[in-house]
Design a protein around this ligand. Structure first.
Ligand code: NDP
Length: 248
């Protein structure tokens, strides 16, 4: 019960890494506020988490809209009176070369991965500042740190900007006892990587020293650590979770 009675907002909780973080936080006593755009999956997760006895709110909405963040956070405050943890997890990937990439697709990736992150951070910060306590966890990617010829430039660029935002907010919010950190996964077995052809999957595996793809649980464990009191003196840091694929 590392998060007993903490209130956690998690974006992109309908599947993959976000869903696993929501379940892990709920198992550890947190009250969960989860978002996504897929109603059926959101409802399934709501039922799953409620059945296990955790309090939760499921709200659908697109993170690209600033209004979504405001509504979700307002609902968290209405029902639970505070927000202790924000996990900015919602994200989309894109495969295309720079020249083939449609500009609308570039905008969609930046709007989701970067702007959505900013909107949700801005929505929770006034409450965290009042509480003089808070933890923000940004889900980044190894794509932020080195070139990825198989992804469009939008993805790595959005995640590199998220890494900067993590450091910037960590400095700005330190006087209010708010810590801001990131997790940099890759590659993790979720729907996001199911688009890979067998040949590409094999190629990726040759680059993972631990010789396996990660599981959503590998990220959820680290997200639990960053949300808990165990990590109180860490801020502005983005932790690699990639089986050794990339080391700082
Ligand atoms: P999935 O594609 O499995 O899940 C993505 C989640 O984001 C879904 O819950 C989806 O919800 C949500 N989402 C996407 N767009 C929006 C939107 N516009 N508004 C609201 N929610 C949205 O991805 P993963 O679980 O694999 O990835 C989670 C995070 O981890 C992402 O930020 C990703 O970039 C990062 N990551 C993943 C890696 C991997 O190997 N899997 C590696 C490195 C980083 P819905 O469908 O309901 O809209």
């Amino acid at each position: 019960m590392m998060l007993k009675n903490k209130v956690a907002v998690i974006t992109g909780a309908t599947r993959g890494i976000g869903r696993e973080i929501a379940r892990t936080y709920a198992e550890n006593g947190a009250k969960i506020v989860m978002t996504g755009t897929n109603h059926a999956r959101l409802q399934a997760l709501y039922e799953d988490i409620s059945l296990k006895g955790a309090e939760c709110i499921a709200m659908s909405g697109d993170v690209r809209e600033e209004e979504t963040a405001e509504k979700v956070v307002q609902e968290a405050i209405n029902q639970f009176q505070r927000v202790d943890i924000l996990v900015n997890n919602a994200g989309v990937n894109q495969r295309s070369s720079t020249l083939d990439m449609a500009i609308n697709d570039w905008k969609r990736v930046i709007d989701t991965n970067l702007n959505g992150n900013l909107y949700f951070s801005r929505a929770v910060l006034p409450y965290m500042i009042k509480q003089k306590q808070g933890k923000i966890i940004n889900i980044s990617s190894t794509a932020a740190k080195s070139g990825h010829p198989n992804a469009a430039p939008s993805y790595g660029a959005s995640k590199a900007a998220v890494d900067y935002l993590t450091k910037h907010l960590a400095l700005e919010m330190a006087p209010y006892n708010i810590v801001v950190n990131g997790l940099s996964p890759g590659p993790i077995e979720t729907e996001m990587v199911q688009q890979w052809h067998d040949e590409y999957r094999k190629k990726v595996l040759t680059k993972v020293p631990l010789k396996r793809l990660g599981k959503p649980k590998d990220i959820a464990g680290a997200a639990l650590f960053l949300a808990s009191d165990l990590s109180g003196f860490i801020t502005g840091e983005t932790i690699n979770i990639n089986g050794g694929t990339y080391m700082n």
